[in-house]
Write a protein that binds this ligand. Structure first.
Ligand code: ADP
Ligand code: MG
Length: 645
């Protein structure tokens, strides 16, 4: 059958008044119209309207691939094959084994706003499919040479339709296998302005590949093949689990670095998936994948939740590796925000952010028990037996006075009195106790389950900073400065939730002048600051007097310290602000006063340091996310020495 047989719209074949100039130039034409004396407003022809819509839905080949593959997924396909040539600019072909279409539907699906997925505005409130706008196919067909071949499973024959720049040229019987095949050739050939904006073929190819990877991760149960210029880019069998799909895609290297998120259910929302172990991060957001109801999405509440879940375990400027899956009532989220549907809007963003935070931090914590069980220390060459703890390590066993003194252990090197602006006056502060008790009272630590697997043997200290130890896997390096930061950080955190951090009066109180917003912030967080050991007194409208600082703090400029704290914490979002603020502030004050890199520690002090580190909630990184420990395995050493390939 030749020529357009059907209805109105792009299929009716009304001529494009602007020839090849396309949507971009149409706006210029509209401006020119404004100078005409006649009516200035007129309806766009369907053809131009489709091209305008195409500009939003399909800005590049990867977007076409996404729309076509999503249609295949919505059509219950179990196998999807994608072929792209020259970055998808010359050809995109998607073949599926889904439900297919009969002839009427095949023609109808090329009309704008034709969809089988929703019927009324009411349905928009709860979208269960990937598509729903009924825009993709007509948009793509209006900017390419388009071929659709489709057949229902029980049909004797299928239908083949050829479309050029939105005009149906041919409709005939087709003999392909059941399912649907769509070919898109010479994308944007009739929109030179847009074609010019495409990047190199290699760049477009990598976008296509990325898009397909997202789709295949979102649907491990579907088998995917991607042929790139006739070479296999990937070939994925239907995978029994998400982890298998990730492994098939990325290789075993990455999956060994992932931790499973223990599934979390809260108020009809289910969260599961995988996150990178602590220390596994990237400098871009590229590896931060979030999937909502089977769709890859980007959303600020999700990324905030992830970041808050990692909290101090993530270095500044680094992004975690995540495969976070969320299933929730479609009515609780709006996916109709942007034509490409990548952005979503949650009805209660703070709830979802909190749930994600919880899920991520549970995953990281679950890893801790494994790790500490494997790494229980028994330090020192002479005492490789069962580890014991000095009484100071059991806060609950110590009288408050001693416990107070214990918090001051951090700086074993003698502090220089003259460089210290904080001088003890009204609140006398005891001198730090020696790190090792003269008569150690060994108290067996609660036996971890499973029982002790590993012991460390102390080897020495490198460059006054790195503690070298041996365990059964090889060499362990500990950054004593980072380790100490972590220990102090967690100690102070605990103190803040109980009786508060010990503080020291300043000899000369410092006046702090603040803007109205900062003064208000201080006013609201007064109690917490006090718990953190910072003594403040109102002194006029927006002026405060700083009269005490935590004992650890040795700063020349207390006012600057407070300004830093305010700057850093003011924008933390409201719900978790209190907790976060406290924690961050502690991290900040603590890190300045941890053991300096070149402080020389004696062996028992080091033993204590390592033991305290391993007792931390997150021992492997300092409060800024830098690692505290690195394991160099025998295997790595053997490779370096050429003993093994
Ligand atoms: P939407 O996906 O938003 O409904 P599209 O323009 O992408 O809009 O597709 C229009 C309709 O064509 C779909 O609703 C669906 O019924 C049908 N369709 C598209 N692709 C396929 C396919 N691969 N298999 C079966 N039906 C399809
Ligand atoms: Mg669609």
């Amino acid at each position: 059958m030749e020529a357009a047989p059907f209805g109105s719209g792009i299929l009716s074949g009304s001529p494009n008044p602007y020839g090849e100039c396309g949507a971009d130039l149409w706006f210029e034409a509209l401006l020119a119209y404004s100078e005409w004396p006649m009516s200035r407003i007129h309806l766009l022809s369907e053809e131009v309207a489709s091209q305008v819509a195409a500009g939003e839905v399909v800005e590049r080949p990867a977007a076409v691939v996404k729309e076509l593959v999503e249609n295949s997924i919505d059509a219950h396909s179990t196998r999807i094959e994608v072929l792209t040539r020259r970055g998808g600019i010359s050809l995109i072909q998607v073949t599926d084994n889904g439900i297919g279409m009969d002839r009427d539907d095949a023609l109808l699906c090329l009309e704008r706003h034709a969809t089988s997925k929703i019927r009324s505005g009411h349905d928009l409130a709860a979208i269960h499919t990937l598509g729903f706008r009924g825009e993709a196919l007509p948009s793509i067909a209006s900017v390419s040479h388009f071929r659709l071949s489709t057949r229902e499973h029980n049909a004797l024959a299928g239908t083949e339709i050829l479309v050029n720049a939105g005009r149906i040229e041919t409709v005939r019987d087709g003999g392909d296998a059941p399912g649907t095949q769509i070919e898109v050739r010479s994308l944007f050939y009739n929109l030179p302005a847009r074609r010019k904006f495409l990047r190199t073929e290699a760049t477009e190819s990598s976008h296509v590949e990325h898009q397909l990877q997202l789709l295949s991760i979102a649907h491990p149960e579907i088998s995917f093949v991607h042929l790139l210029d006739d070479r296999i880019s990937f070939q994925l069998a239907a995978a029994p689990s998400l982890l298998d799909r990730i492994r098939d895609l990325t290789g075993p290297g990455l999956t060994n670095e992932l931790l499973e998120i223990p599934p979390l259910e809260t108020g009809g929302t289910r969260i599961w998936g995988y996150v990178g172990r602590i220390g596994v991060s990237r400098s871009t957001r590229q590896q931060q994948h979030c999937f909502l109801n089977g769709r890859a999405v980007e959303n600020i509440s999700l990324s905030q939740g992830i970041r808050e879940g990692y909290h101090t375990a993530l270095m500044k400027g680094q992004y975690p590796v995540t495969y976070l899956f969320i299933q929730m009532d479609p009515a609780a989220v709006d996916v109709n925000v942007h034509p490409a549907k990548r952005e979503v809007r949650f009805r209660s963003p703070s709830e979802i952010r909190e749930a994600v935070r919880e899920a991520v931090s549970r995953a990281l914590e679950s890893n801790r028990s494994e790790w500490s069980a494997a790494f229980r220390p028994a330090l020192g060459p002479e005492e490789p037996s069962r580890p014991t703890r000095a009484p100071q390590d059991h806060p609950s066993l110590l009288p408050p006075e001693q416990e107070r003194a214990r918090l001051q252990i951090p700086v074993p090197a003698p502090a220089k009195a003259d460089s210290d602006p904080v001088t003890s006056t009204e609140r006398p502060v005891r001198q730090p106790e020696p790190l090792t008790p003269t008569v150690p009272i060994p108290i067996p630590i609660p036996e971890p389950t499973p029982p002790v697997k590993e012991t460390f043997r102390f080897l020495g200290v490198l460059g006054k900073l790195y503690v070298l130890m041996e365990n059964s896997s090889g060499l362990v390096l500990v950054d004593q400065h980072a380790a100490h930061e972590r220990i102090l950080f967690e100690e102070m955190q605990k103190r803040m939730t109980t009786q508060g951090v010990p503080s020291q009066r300043l000899l000369l109180p410092i006046t702090l002048q603040l803007g109205p917003k900062d003064a208000d912030w201080i006013h609201r967080n007064f109690e917490l600051l006090e718990k953190a050991g910072i003594g403040l007194e109102p002194f006029g409208a927006a002026t405060y007097k700083i009269d005490a600082l935590p004992t650890f703090v040795k700063t020349d400029d207390p006012a600057q310290l407070l300004h830093d704290i305010i700057d850093e914490l003011r924008d933390t979002n409201a719900s978790s602000a209190k907790l976060r603020m406290g924690e961050d502030m502690i991290a900040k004050t603590v890190c300045r006063h941890a053991v300096k890199a070149n402080d020389t520690l004696r062996e028992p002090e080091l033993a204590r340091l390592i033991e305290d580190l391993l007792a931390c909630d997150l021992p492997y990184c300092c409060p800024h996310g830098r690692p505290t420990m690195i394991q160099v395995s025998y295997l790595e050493l053997e490779k370096k020495f050429g003993r093994k390939a």
